[in-house]
Design a protein around this ligand. Structure first.
Ligand code: SAH
Length: 452
């Protein structure tokens, strides 16, 4: 088989990234984007490797019953969603299978619980970080990066956001155009407007709008803020964030407040949270409530116990169960998030919580040396998972239970394997969908100390 060959193919699977896959009689797997299990297609081969190849659809011979009409005009170009061409039920099956397969690859045998769906399939994201660039015609465009690229696809409507984000995006684009404010060019680190960052406290209605700029100020910034408040009465915070570094990191260190407060509030599992721009906050609020309830259910905490919440962000998981334990200790690397977490304990009247600003492994070691022996550890790392050093420290702290919350089931499985070698057995693995229509899925895992 070679490039440009035309073949007929039955698609019998779909990858975790939403690409169809079919197998030839010689065992070769052909990946075809935009396909669904059950499609029969004529495909053109575009790239051949040893055991697999990539192809594109020439035409459809039969359509899969899992298909649904995709409902976004930039779906094929944008790198955000990858499951818009199949039903949500079919997407959930893919995610369920992905979690199981990743555990299996590490040799972990556990019956994976049935995936918990997201309460909202569209409009669930409370945060957007949109690059601002010039399009091919030299006009300012605000949108998302195309798949595996840094070319920006302009959007007028994204179905993952609440509808009013679109108005803020268009307002910002028109503002930049009216005053001829330049867009960023990452090839030579020039141009002023880098990113539009919008955040929304769904339960309070409060909106934060932050423009990331490659400079110390923006012309007409007061007018930008005044126009936004006029556009949307729920805007509670308008900021500039200064980032002049030549980097992929979105936010710089300095914020300039243009209007309102330098944070917004939201309510999660009954607590109020104060959220600063640099602090992590779950993007799917109602999904996060489900996730936290599942984690709390597995932890079965009691009032004599100490809970260690590693990678705690603004403190949300731990603070949501602080009233069930004797003591809560939270650890987080980002200083603003730790400040928020301490403040959040205070505004919710929680007195048994303590927060450390440190790397998780270093903090775990310091806690071990201080004589802390948490009964339960919740660990919720970023996509790259836990460091080996942290896994060593967790096994030295040797809690009765570990609840791992992970947004990457491949690194989760790797870390679970390391912990199982350190004397823990996996009792439950529960996928929770927090990111419908995209390739991401969350998993909550319960690990328990093995009894000798
Ligand atoms: N549990 C929180 C946050 C999870 S996201 C919630 O549910 O909202 C992961 C968090 O880990 C982020 O806040 C990030 O800033 C933090 N983080 C990243 N690397 C870290 C490290 N090495 N040590 C401690 N925290 C870290």
């Amino acid at each position: 088989m070679k490039k440009n060959d035309i073949i007929e193919l039955n698609i019998d699977d779909i990858t975790f990234e939403g690409s169809g896959a079919g197998r030839l009689s010689n065992g070769m797997v052909i990946f075809v984007p935009g396909c669904a299990a059950g499609d029969r297609i004529r495909a053109k081969i575009v790239k051949v490797k040893k055991t697999y190849a990539f192809a594109i659809v020439q035409d459809f011979i039969e359509l899969s019953p899992q298909r649904q009409a995709d409902d976004c005009c930039v779906y094929k170009k944008c790198g955000g969603c990858c499951f818009r061409h199949i039903s949500y039920d079919a997407e959930l099956m893919v995610k369920q299978k992905t979690v199981g397969e990743n555990l299996k690859k590490e040799g972990i045998n556990v019956q994976v619980n049935e995936i918990s769906p997201s309460p909202m399939i569209n409009g669930y994201r409370n945060k957007a970080q949109l690059p601002i660039r010039y399009d091919a015609d030299g006009r300012i465009c605000i949108g998302f990066y195309a798949k595996r690229s840094h070319r920006v696809v302009g959007i007028s409507h994204c179905r993952l956001h609440p509808g009013f984000f679109d108005e803020i995006i268009e307002y910002t684009r028109a503002f930049a155009e009216r005053y001829n404010i330049s867009a960023y060019d990452e090839t030579d680190n020039t141009g002023l407007l880098r990113h539009l960052y919008i955040r929304y406290g769904e339960a309070t209605g409060e909106v934060m709008v932050c423009l990331v700029i490659n400079g110390k100020r923006m012309p007409h910034s007061d007018e930008f803020a005044a126009g936004l408040i006029n556009l949307n009465k729920d805007v509670a915070s308008v900021m500039l964030n200064v980032n002049t570094a030549s980097t992929n990191v979105i936010l710089g260190k300095k914020n300039i407040l243009l209007y309102g407060r330098p944070y917004i509030n939201d309510i999660l599992c009954g607590n109020t949270y104060h959220i600063s721009p640099a602090s992590f906050y779950q993007v799917n609020r109602s999904g996060a409530e489900k996730l936290y309830n599942i984690a709390a259910g597995m932890a079965e905490l009691n009032e004599s116990e100490t809970l260690l919440d590693l990678y705690c962000g603004v403190g949300t998981i731990g603070l949501s169960v602080a009233d069930r334990v004797k003591k809560l200790i939270g650890v987080e690397l980002v200083p603003d998030a730790v400040k928020d977490a301490r403040h959040n304990a205070e505004i919710n009247g929680i007195k048994n919580a303590e927060f450390f600003c440190a790397d998780a492994a270093a903090a775990a070691e310091a806690l071990l040396n201080r004589g802390e022996r948490p009964n339960v550890i919740i660990v919720d790392p970023p996509r790259k998972g836990c460091s080996q050093q942290l896994l060593n420290m967790i096994s030295e702290l040797f809690p009765q239970k570990i609840i791992m919350v992970s947004c990457n089931s491949a690194t989760m499985a790797r870390d679970v394997k390391a912990l199982s070698e350190a004397g823990y057995s996996i009792k439950q693995a529960q996928p929770v969908d927090m990111f419908p229509r995209t390739a991401h899925v969350e998993t909550v895992v319960l690990l328990q100390k093995e009894t000798l």
